[in-house]
Ligand binder design. Sequence first.
Ligand SMILES: O=P(O)(O)OC[C@H]1O[C@H](O)[C@H](O)[C@@H](O)[C@@H]1O
Length: 542
Amino acid sequence: MEAALSSATVPSLDRTDFLKLQNGSDIRGVAVSGVEGEPISLPEPVTEAIAAAFGQWLIHKKKAESRKLRVSVGHDSRISAQTLLEAVSRGLGVSGLDVVQFGLASTPAMFNSTLTEDESFLCPADGAIMITASHLPYNRNGFKFFTSDGGLGKVDIKDILERAADIYKNFSDERLRKSQGENSSIKKVDYMAVYTDGLVKAVRRAAGDLEKPLEGFHIVVDAGNGAGGFFAAKVLEPLGAITSGSQFLEPDGMFPNHIPNPEDKSAMEAITKAVLDNKADLGIIFDTDVDRSAAVDSTGREFNRNRLIALLSAIVLEEHPGTTIVTDSVTSDGLTLFIEKKLGGKHLRFKRGYKNVIDEAIRLNSTGEETHLAIETSGHGALKENHWLDDGAYLMVKILNKLASARAAGKGTGSKVLTDLVDGLEEPKVALELRLKIDKNHPDLGGKDFREYGEKVLQHVSNSIETNPDLKTAPVNFEGIRVSGFGGWFLLRLSLHDPVLPLNIEAQSEDDAVKLGLVVASAVKHFNALDTSALSKLTHSS
Ligand SMILES: O=P(O)(O)OC[C@H]1O[C@H](O)[C@H](O)[C@@H](O)[C@@H]1O
């Protein structure tokens, strides 16, 4: 197949429009029209330019003028996937790269394709692109990029968007558009077969090379109609597990059942119900592109957020005693106690953002501090043994290994072995997150960036805490302000992407949560650009 650019009209866009598409280390935009107030920001020509820019960036990075590079491209279940896949393929062709299309795939599988050595699957790919907007609504879409060094970071994404804006300018020249991409090939392979085979082998290996180490286990999967449906038939069943009662495995980009997001309450309720209704041993749930996951035990107890981290920490610290577990900033005090006192490890509570957490773990290892797990409460988790790739499916493989080896050791079936591992984890009675919006257009911002305003709020809260004898600022903290008091704590910080100050509160009672809320409410009351209605609702609830 030959790549030729689309004949879609090229709307006039400049560099700022392109830079707006950056969302941390991802690119995100609106790909489907029809939602009021959300015009399309990722039309085909823009997508072509972004893919062409990635191609240029990759050639530069690999210093590969003499060798033809190939890029693997996959997508999740979104309704815009096919259109964007074709546009990405054309764009890569513009930069003279060969394209290997994987079809429906998971984000971690895309990274994996840059590591796999198997020419029959056209691997390793020099670079990979995943078309996804994770758990966002159906009209959005976006891109994640990988090389064998891992996912691209913020600096590289900005570089790509700047290159894309320049390339885009030339797209209005019809001649140029027609003459490009003629020498590139587009091929299709079923890479997910290689990837899932790797997961199956990992569990078999951990169980002493048993062919069906999960025989007798009943495990239900909820893929939320995202890309994770493969896990039931391609991973669990070959390992011998029964998967009846699994739900929402079929890809459907309108996500008709629930948001595929283990952080979402209704999603967790759906998988819990499936476990209980089917009397299953375990439930597993993925986000849309399978880089995040969570589980539910046979009694309906959720392994997500702090509990998922506790479970994985217990597994990893058995294998690597005393090492450091790196997490995001909103993890609980109970988790620190559990990791340090019960498990004998070290807890580094770093910043929010999976890339931040992973990069910190890699940095720690390079300084000689051993760490094997970087994990967020969002369900993003990466292991050193798995190339620091945040892979929701691999996290679940670690849990399955535990089930399989317990059974092989004659310790019976069921998920009790997992539940026992988190025994002793202290959990707060109340845990909440309020997201306080900053009105970017409010006169108090004086036309300046909302981040500057947010920093001012944080500084003010910090000053006001110093004089309060009931409160103590956390001695080590990497973002925002974390304060202990009234038997709990709060963390107020700037969102990674949005004009929002997320406020996390954990306490042993509603009353104590309200007391912590009142501390923040009183400190921010003169900041008129901050929407404190959620806070008022909390503080008036008592
Ligand atoms: O800072 P926030 O707005 O709470 O968002 C933070 C979250 O943003 C994205 O979803 C990232 O994928 C997560 O890794 C991160 O935790």
